[in-house]
Write a protein that binds this ligand. Structure first.
Ligand code: GLA
Length: 377
């Protein structure tokens, strides 16, 4: 892969030697199952052909040396004393968080290392660049130090780093798809059972990403609010018994307890219960190669996120509305946490680059922001 060669050469220019190991991970797009991973739901994601790769070499001391790929600024962190740095060094924090939780899981990292990365995956686009860097870091450290970690272990450590070190209370979708995804496969994650499976999409179905290039909130704050609403709802629905996740409840259960829930809690629970049913139907549509029905489910998911979770925004709605009015588009929806980020569209093969660029131009005229548009290969 050309980027790996570039990464190796860049590494050599900075550290005067080629790296001992490199590891690359794809970003992901959320196909269906919005905000239900942490409710024990079933979610579908697709790995995309945009990557983050990291290169490492051992050092003779206990320092980790991180070089920023653009500014070439160097940051040193002591392997025996890892704490979170100022957020402007989040590009380092993602990596040292992984190191910390690898150590905490009992694996030994006997010496420091030099680090460099390379990426063609946009950040802040809802395409899981943070999960991709975490997984790449795990894979590279595994190889460099011969650590006995399988993919599930690496997925869990990456999620733990994201939750406990970065303070983002996400579910397992991003790390799971980044860890288990292959290009063009839909990865199904049963978040309750923590089981993963993959299925290749029919070749005539095309996926496109429209990155609005806007972020309307401190994602962690709004994200936590939705998660809290869901957790409160599940506690109320569980009554005096053991607390069970929303996955275990039906619409009837919810409606029986309706007056005990705040509007926000009810809406989050209703979305979660409905969304799980959409995912189950979507899996059948994929088996039966029924693109038309699948597309409807994607668009229904968007409407539910918009109206019940309220995590859409005018820029996301704009793309979804324009896209779903086109005859070659099966469906479209916001993908990931929301409040900005990207829209996923599923189209037939007659939807062209020209169509996509035309929409991008219209969006730019409307909002004065240049979006990013690409087809997922
Ligand atoms: C973010 C989180 C995921 C998931 C999605 C919403 O991407 O990291 O765990 O909750 O939002 O579905």
């Amino acid at each position: 892969m050309e980027t790996i060669e570039t990464l190796k050469n860049n590494f050599c220019e900075i550290y005067n030697q080629f790296p001992e190991v490199t590891a690359s991970t794809s970003g992901r797009v959320e196909f269906l199952g919005n905000h239900i991973d942490y409710n024990g739901g079933i979610v579908l994601g697709v790995a995309i052909d945009k990557h983050i790769a990291v290169a490492l070499s051992k050092r003779s001391d206990m320092q980790m040396c991180f070089t920023h790929p653009n500014t070439k600024e160097k940051v040193y962190v002591d392997l025996d004393n890892i704490f979170k740095l100022n957020p402007k060094y989040n590009w380092v924090n993602y990596c040292i968080g992984v190191v910390k939780f690898i150590q905490k899981a009992g694996y030994k990292i006997p010496c420091g290392f030099d680090y460099l990365d390379i990426s063609d995956l946009p950040t802040g686009a809802g395409l899981s660049s943070s999960a991709a860097i975490e997984l790449s870091m795990c894979k590279a450290l595994k190889e460099l130090f011969n650590l006995d970690m399988d993919t599930l272990k690496m997925v869990k450590i990456s999620k733990q780093a994201e939750n406990e070190f970065m303070g983002m209370p996400c579910g397992i979708l991003d790390q799971g798809v980044c860890g288990f995804g292959e290009n063009n496969d839909v990865v199904t994650i049963d978040c309750l059972k923590e089981s993963f499976s993959s299925k290749t999409l029919p070749s005539g179905w095309k996926l496109w990403v429209f990155n609005t290039c806007v972020k309307h909130s401190l994602v962690a704050g709004d994200y936590a609010r939705l998660r809290d609403n869901s957790m409160n709802a599940s506690k109320i629905l569980s009554g005096s018994g053991e607390v069970k996740l929303l996955r275990h409840f039906s619409l009837d259960d919810l409606n029986q307890s309706k007056e005990l829930l705040s509007q926000g809690e009810y809406d989050c629970a209703k979305h979660s219960i409905d969304e799980l049913q959409r995912v189950i139907k979507a899996k059948n549509c994929i088996e039966e190669e029924n693109a038309v029905e699948l597309g409807k489910l994607l668009s229904q998911s968007h409407a539910s996120s918009r109206d019940l979770l309220r995590n859409s925004c005018i820029e996301l709605d704009y793309f979804v509305e324009k896209l779903t009015a086109l005859e070659n588009v099966y469906g479209a929806r916001l993908s990931g946490g929301g409040f900005g980020g990207s829209v996923l569209a599923m189209t037939n093969a007659n939807f062209t680059e020209k169509d996509a660029l035309h929409l991008a131009q219209e969006y730019e005229i409307q909002f004065g922001i240049k979006p990013q548009v690409f087809r997922v290969n």
